[in-house]
Design a protein around this ligand. Structure first.
Ligand SMILES: NC(=O)c1ccc[n+]([C@@H]2O[C@H](COP(=O)([O-])OP(=O)(O)OC[C@H]3O[C@@H](n4cnc5c(N)ncnc54)[C@H](O)[C@@H]3O)[C@@H](O)[C@H]2O)c1
Length: 245
């Protein structure tokens, strides 16, 4: 039923593609005021125009740019009640081949990015009632997989960061982590365009399909409303049963 986010003002990062884009669309349908951030300027501006949202080009790893843009977002929306950190990057390489630059970038975008956003939004989240933070990590935060040392470290760090936010910022602000399995987005195109990879990935999961961004968007909605009002600091897999098998 539309309207679950009526009156709320939410910042979504990584909104130009994949899960962030799907979250922005669902949240707009549910009546949220939205400020969309992405480093893809054309993409974020196009979606913002379509949804009647504020849209900003911003690299979440750039702390001073984040400070500026989050302040603008707060002004445009008249405050901030919630944050969704969906911007992220993935480099898969066995550890011998993983360049230090890739390690640094994944930590900067996937872990420090959400820190930058939450830090910049905090005074407005504090001023809001029932504020929420949703961080998109990965099943890689929960289990080791070959070739993901940097990515998994960034996402496991994000999950623990979120737990600490739950403790430090409660009771007025709740913070939860979503851990997607394989979801069909640009990030995983290399995988779902290859039928052999799809067969292997779907065989492994209990629900025998890849996820779609809407699966994650619905979970993000749950964690951004009072329907999850007694839940904070948790990791919630949206993975078709990948992480416990
Ligand atoms: N697709 C999957 O299977 C999968 C699984 C688990 C977790 N995730 C995580 O889900 C989140 C969303 O990924 P997706 O699959 O939708 O990928 P995607 O590539 O479709 O979208 C990611 C978006 O983040 C933006 N972005 C990247 N770096 C940025 C930066 N420094 N500053 C601002 N924006 C930046 C990109 O421009 C893009 O629009 C990511 O954090 C990713 O790590 C994805």
């Amino acid at each position: 039923m539309p309207g679950k986010l009526k009156g709320r003002r939410i910042v979504v990062t990584g909104a130009a593609s994949g899960m962030g884009l799907s979250i922005a669309r669902l949240f707009a349908e549910e009546g949220s005021g939205l400020a969309l951030l992405d480093r893809n300027e054309a993409g974020v501006r196009a979606l913002a125009g379509e949804l009647g949202a504020a849209g900003y080009a911003c690299d979440v790893a750039d702390r001073s740019a984040v400070d500026t843009v989050v302040a603008k977002a707060g002004e445009a929306l008249g405050g901030i009640d919630g944050v969704i950190n969906a911007a992220g990057i993935l480099v898969t390489k066995l550890f011998d081949d993983l360049e230090p630059e890739s390690w640094d970038q994944m930590i900067a975008v996937n872990l420090t990015g959400p820190y930058n956003i939450v830090r910049a939004a905090l005074p407005m989240l504090r001023a809001a009632t029932r504020a929420t933070i949703v961080n998109i990590a990965s099943v890689s935060a929960l289990m080791p997989m070959a070739g993901t040392a940097g990515y998994s470290a960034s996402k496991a760090g994000l999950a623990m960061f979120t737990k600490c936010l739950g403790l430090d910022l409660g009771p007025s602000i709740r913070a939860n982590t979503i851990c997607p399995g394989v979801i069909k987005t640009e990030m995983t195109r290399y995988l779902w365009e290859n039928p052999e990879h799809v067969a292997r990935a779907t065989e492994r999961v209990a629900l025998k399909r890849l996820g779609v961004p809407e699966d994650v968007a619905r979970a993000a909605l749950f964690f951004s409303t009072e329907e999850s009002g007694f839940t904070t600091g948790t990791e919630f897999p949206v993975d078709g049963g990948f992480s416990w098998r």
